[in-house]
Ligand binder design. Structure first.
Ligand code: IPM
Ligand code: MG
Length: 368
């Protein structure tokens, strides 16, 4: 298969600028590798609200469900913060995740050699770090009922519910075990089984899947708070981590920062297989919309480009091409190309978003 459809949703803030570089990379693969992409672009987040009065229109939702994969830039910005909850840019993203049922969110935290000095931790603790957090993405406290704000005046109550079914836990556990098998065969499951029943069930079901389907994978369990502590103490003890939606949100930010460069980290959100045999999938950088630098041409396009590399690997089974693209990014970093976020005094050559895209494409050309 060499022909795929893509829906590109650049979104807000720096989303459109970094996505432009991804489009150039996509063109390169079309021309040099003869993988053809049928690309359509649309709006999500604040820009969708400005145009349609909603952060994700029904039509865009329908398109997202019909394509082979969705690429998303970033959503959000200060002008939208005062909107009603259901109109906020983030709701567009959450709707995509929920309605596409993208239950497994893969967040690699990889420390690039050229950037090991950037971490707030000592270099030997992070250099060579390569862990994968698998965050459950369509359930838990993000979506559980009841939810809301009840009552009046000084007697109001804010309510959210953590709720997990057996099936929801087992399917994300399977995704994590599968990944572990392709890596170093170790999985650590994190919850708060000491205080939460949903955590007790989580631990029981992960154990069940382990015993019955993946006994060869080395499984451990940790309370999520201890996990956070271990992540900053000695992150290299981990290979794959699987955890619920809220803990995964927090732990993955923590893991991302270990690498010292949020601008480098991609993510994939994967659901069940479609009729085509490809999984439902959405790829997005871990960084946000960074409104303070939007439009300045300073943003780092690497995370978004690496998200496309994840699409090549996990959606289109183009592993060699994914590796090639990842290699190109590593090479340009090693050669000293630095967007502003990666600059440290007297280290490397400051480049713009576009120039970083150039450097990566030139490197692809060199390796061709
Ligand atoms: C993330 C973000 C989102 C989340 C926000 C933007 C809704 O923090 O993808 O980690 O909380 O899931
Ligand atoms: Mg987050």
């Amino acid at each position: 298969m060499n022909n795929f459809s893509l829906l590109i949703l650049p979104g807000d803030g720096i989303g459109p600028e970094v996505m432009k570089q991804v489009v150039r990379v996509i063109d390169w693969f079309e021309q040099r590798r003869e993988i053809l992409f049928d690309v359509e672009e649309d709006l999500v987040g604040g820009c969708a609200y400005d145009k349609y009065g909603t952060p994700l229109s029904d039509l865009t939702m329908k398109k997202a469900k019909s394509v082979d994969a969705v690429l998303l830039g970033a959503v959000g910005g200060p002008t939208y913060e005062k909107l009603d909850f259901d109109k906020q840019p983030e709701r567009g993203l959450l709707r995509l995740r929920k309605e596409m049922d993208l239950y497994a969110n893969l967040r690699p935290a990889q420390c690039f050699d050229a950037l090991a000095d950037f971490s707030s931790l000592k270099k030997d603790i992070v250099s060579g770090l390569d862990i994968m957090i698998v965050r459950e993405l369509t359930s838990g406290i993000y979506f559980g009922e009841p939810r809301g704000i009840e009552g009046q005046g000084e007697n109001r109550v804010g309510i959210n519910t953590t709720r997990y079914t057996t099936d929801e836990i087992r399917r994300v556990a399977r995704s994590a075990f599968e990944l572990a098998r392709k890596r170093n065969n170790m999985l650590c499951s994190m919850e708060k089984a000491n205080v939460m029943e949903s955590g007790v069930l989580w631990r029981e079901e992960v154990k069940y899947v382990h015993e019955n389907e993946y006994p060869d994978v080395k499984l451990s369990h940790m309370y999520a708070d201890a996990g956070a502590m271990q992540l900053v103490r000695w992150p290299k003890q981990f290979d794959v981590i699987v955890t619920d939606n809220l803990f995964g949100d927090i732990l993955s930010d923590c893991a991302a920062m270990l690498t010292g460069s949020l601008g480098m980290l991609p993510s994939a959100s994967i659901g069940s297989k479609m009729e085509s045999g490809l999984p439902k999938a959405l790829y997005e950088p871990v960084h946000g919309s960074a409104p303070d630098i939007a439009g300045l041409g300073e943003a780092n396009p690497c995370a978004c480009i690496l998200s496309f590399a994840m699409a090549l690997r996990y959606s289109f089974s183009k592993r060699d091409e994914a590796t090639l693209l990842e290699k190109a990014v590593q090479n340009v970093l090693a050669e000293g190309y630095r967007t502003k976020d990666l600059m440290q005094a007297s280290d490397g050559k400051l480049v713009s978003t576009f120039e970083m895209g150039d450097a990566i494409i030139n490197n692809l050309e060199k390796m061709r």
